[in-house]
Every structure is written in C-alpha cells, then in structure tokens.
Ligand binder design. Sequence first.
Ligand SMILES: Nc1ncnc2c1ncn2[C@@H]1O[C@H](COP(=O)(O)OP(=O)(O)O)[C@@H](O)[C@H]1O
Ligand SMILES: [Mg+2]
Length: 336
Amino acid sequence: MSTNILEVSGLKTYYKTRLKEKVFAVDGVDFELEEGKTLGIAGESGCGKSTLALSLMGFYFPPLHYGSGSIRIHGKDIMKLNKEQLRSQVSGREIAYIPQAAMNALNPTLRIIRFIEDIMKEHRPELSKKQVWDLAAERFQTLNLPEKVLKSYPNELSGGMKQRTVIAISTILNPKVLIADEPTSALDVTSQKAVIKLMKELLDKKFIRSLVFITHELPLLYHVTDDIMVMYAGEIVERGTAEQMIFDPVHPYTKKLMGSILVPEEGMKGQKLAAIPGAPPNLKQVPPGCRFAERCSYARDECRVGKIPVQTSGGRQYRCHFDTDTLKEWYAHEQP
Ligand SMILES: Nc1ncnc2c1ncn2[C@@H]1O[C@H](COP(=O)(O)OP(=O)(O)O)[C@@H](O)[C@H]1O
Ligand SMILES: [Mg+2]
C-alpha cells in the first residue's frame, strides 16, 4: 500500500503588506506526494513556488502568515506543532529544505565541516568531533564529492561544487523528503547536470525517499521527477506525469511554458525563445475567473467570471473550463 509522505489540503498563506493588505501567494493549494516519488513544481517567477516551499516547512515569519488549510508530513499536522517541535522533529529529519540561493548564504568564515558539526550537535549530540568527521567524509565519498571539501571555506568552492555541498549537508540526516528550491538556477549546464545526478544518487542510495524539485524551467524536470505541478498566481493550474506535462500539456499556461523554453538546436545552445508575453497578475488584485485568461489566446467571456473548477482527465488535473479534446484541437492549429 502506498503512503503519502506529504498531504496538503486547501492551503492558503499570505504576505501582510505595510498597509495591512493580505497578498495570498499560496491560494488554495491541494496536493499529495507519495513516499518514494519525486515531484517537480514549475512556473514563472512570482507565481508562489518559494512561498509554497516555506509554507510547507512551517516557516511562518513576518511578513508571511498562515491563512488556512492543512499540511501533513507523514500524517502529522505540522500546524499543530510548536516552533521547537517543528525544529527538532520535522526540519532536517523528516523534511529538509534548501532555500533558493542557499549556496550564496553560507557563512563564508566557516569551513564546510562546521555546518555539519552544527547539525550533529543538535540531532546527534552523542557523536564526537572525530565521529562527525568520519560520517561526513564517508557520505561525501559515497556521493563522489572530494573529502577535502570538508576543510574548505565556502568561497573556495566553485558554484557547482558549492551547490552539491549544500545538498550533501542538508541531507546528512537522511530526511524522508528533500525540498530543493531552484537548485540548478544560476549554474552552468555542466553543474546543473551534476546537481541532478546528485539528487538521483540520493534517491538511489535511499538517503532521501522523496524529492520536491522547484524550478522555473519546466523541461528540466523531465529527467528528474515522476510528476510535475505547474503553479500560476498562487494556484496549481495543472498536475500530471512528467511525460504528460512536457510532451502533452493540457492547460494553456503549461503549453505556453513549454513553448517559451527552446529545446536547443545546434548553434543556438542555451538560447531561450521570448518569454510568454505579459506577466503574471499582481497578487494584490487577482482577476476573477481564470488568473491566466488575460494572457491566454483561447480565453472567452466565461473564463473571466467565477471560480474555475479543476477537471480530471487521463490521470491529470487541470484548472481550465475547456475539455482536453477542445484544447488539443486548438493546439493542433497553432503555429509550431
Ligand atoms: N517578502 C514579501 N513580502 C510581500 N510579498 C511577497 C514577499 N515575497 C514574495 N511576495 C509575493 O509573493 C509572490 C510569490 O513570490 P515567490 O513565492 O517568491 O514566487 P516564486 O518563487 O514562484 O518566484 C510574489 O509575486 C510577491 O507578490
Ligand atoms: Mg522562488
């Protein structure tokens, strides 16, 4: 029987502005993640991906506030835990989180081993310094990271090596779930591949059981995750298998997100096609109806009113009025 490692239901979280307005960056999110599975979360910048990650971790620090809904990690409702329980029982052990740009936030005055010592002081206080070193060295070796990195200062490492080191440190306690927020952004293609390879090793060696991989580059997820969710303006607009989402997107936003990123051809390596025209709506004033309607070439009047229901088709869910046949018929007539 499968067990869900993560269950999120009706989650709403918001930023409180200086004018005391509530800006819902996560606005009614539902999903679950089965133990042993990997999930990608994609969407343009500003759609609420990082806010969702912070919310899942229970990191509600002003201006971010919890609104409503539930988050269960292995059946445990994290909103029922206090900050201390969250820190000692959940963070790092059950679920590890690598924030966006974490590698640039490492204290430059500390050697890498010090970060691991700090984690062990909290979670494995019985270990001696020597035992911590041996454990760290063994883990680094298993993951094909040079042991000498442990003695280095963060700024002595290349971007790619720094990111892999952050991942190795964050997973040293074998958390059940790793949530990695844009772990490959700002890296060159070779380093991106090394990071993805490392994630796979962590899964293969069962150092982590599940992975949530956040990125603004949808196609990158193809070789990394089983399922993909696309987020737009605080909502999940489509979820399906990586294969479905990348090769057969249903929601017009997913479709556009795929089209906006060029599959590199010879001579055009890494070059991106123009982004999707326009920008996601300002979350202070989300339009009624479909939040993507303003940028959607297929939007009709009925898309601009009410709440758009989530439809299910062939094992995927998507938030759009139209049925899959209609959408595919339209897509078939699009210019390639
Ligand atoms: N510190 C903040 N204060 C107020 N609003 C914020 C803050 N951080 C993010 N937001 C709002 O939340 C939205 C989602 O941001 P974020 O979760 O970082 O998106 P993503 O990770 O998808 O780029 C932003 O568009 C912005 O409106
Ligand atoms: Mg982000």
